[in-house]
Design a protein around this ligand. Structure first.
Ligand SMILES: NC(=O)c1ccc[n+]([C@@H]2O[C@H](COP(=O)([O-])OP(=O)(O)OC[C@H]3O[C@@H](n4cnc5c(N)ncnc54)[C@H](OP(=O)(O)O)[C@@H]3O)[C@@H](O)[C@H]2O)c1
Length: 263
């Protein structure tokens, strides 16, 4: 399989380099005016420089605002046998189909940054890719860098963006806050950060066990009247933490809706 990336920044290169390394993809060509040639991907600065070749997949990974312009600039032969996969937040299937002149089936994918360490989460949606083998191939590609799931409704991509697309930043923010408090409580910063990060990793590993029940895992750490209970009482007072998580995540979802409307 060979893949053309439009944009080879953080997300594009994370996927392209991982796919090359895993052997799922034989050749990666990338169109990116700024990217430097690292790894095995062949980088080209402009559409006119692209080699005359057919691609199995065209992965659009530029900023959402330039999506249409970059896709429209491609030579039509690119679409001979390609599927267009967009990882761009809030760019609708309609816009992608318009930009590609409806020459290719269109897939929307919402990965997250842990794809860089093969622990990503990717939500996938398509209305135009219907062949079961082709659907499985796309799922396997994103499955090579973590967990990948198809959803049935395009509108669910907004929720996926808010939960797992943006989600790593929420956990990083919590770790930042926890590590900062550790320093205030007398720990050296390096040690406090090490404890925060590895606690997140350990807790996430428990949460990923089959049949894990998050509330039960929390109760397992929380002895009555103990130290954890003292902290959880503060987090849960008046539903404060849950309300904050809800309003923050709804803000991310709303922003995804706005981006899809071109705002
Ligand atoms: N990062 C995430 O966590 C994440 C998660 C899910 C989805 N996404 C989506 O992934 C997309 C890319 O995000 P990113 O974080 O990878 O951004 P990024 O690092 O800025 O990557 C975008 C790349 O596109 C390049 N570019 C600019 N103009 C171009 C053109 N005309 N043709 C081809 N390439 C061009 C940029 O080059 P310059 O830097 O030189 O402008 C940059 O290398 C976004 O649409 C975002 O919604 C990101």
């Amino acid at each position: 399989m060979n893949v053309l990336f439009l944009g080879y920044g953080k997300m594009g290169s994370a996927l392209g380099d991982a796919w090359l390394q895993s052997g799922w993809v034989k050749e990666v060509v990338a169109l990116d005016p700024g990217a430097s040639a690292t790894g095995k991907a062949k980088i080209f600065r402009q559409a006119a420089d692209l080699p005359h070749m057919r691609f199995d997949l065209v992965v659009a990974a530029v900023k959402p605002a330039m999506a249409s312009q970059v896709i429209e600039a491609l030579p039509v032969e690119v679409w001979d046998r390609a599927t267009l996969v967009s990882v761009m937040a809030g760019v609708s299937c309609d816009e992608l189909e318009r930009a590609s002149g409806s020459r290719a089936p269109v897939v929307r994918a919402m990965p997250n940054t842990p794809v860089m360490v093969n622990r990503g989460c990717t939500g996938l949606y398509s209305a135009t890719l219907t062949d079961p083998a082709a659907l499985e191939r796309v799922r396997n590609l994103f499955g090579a860098v973590g967990v990948a799931v198809w959803v049935n409704e395009e509108s669910q991509m907004h929720a996926i963006t808010a939960i797992s697309g943006s989600g790593p930043a929420y956990y990083h923010l919590f770790s930042e806050a926890l590590a900062d408090v550790g320093v205030r409580l007398g720990l050296p910063h390096e040690l406090s950060a090490l404890l925060a990060a590895n606690t997140a990793l350990g807790a996430a590993t428990l949460q990923c066990a089959p049949e894990a029940d998050f509330a039960q895992l929390r109760r397992n750490v929380t002895s009555p009247n103990g130290t954890t209970a003292a902290a959880i009482d503060v987090f849960e007072a008046g539903g404060a933490l849950r309300a904050l998580v809800q309003s923050a995540t709804e803000a991310a979802q709303q922003r995804s809706v706005e981006l899809s409307q071109g705002n």
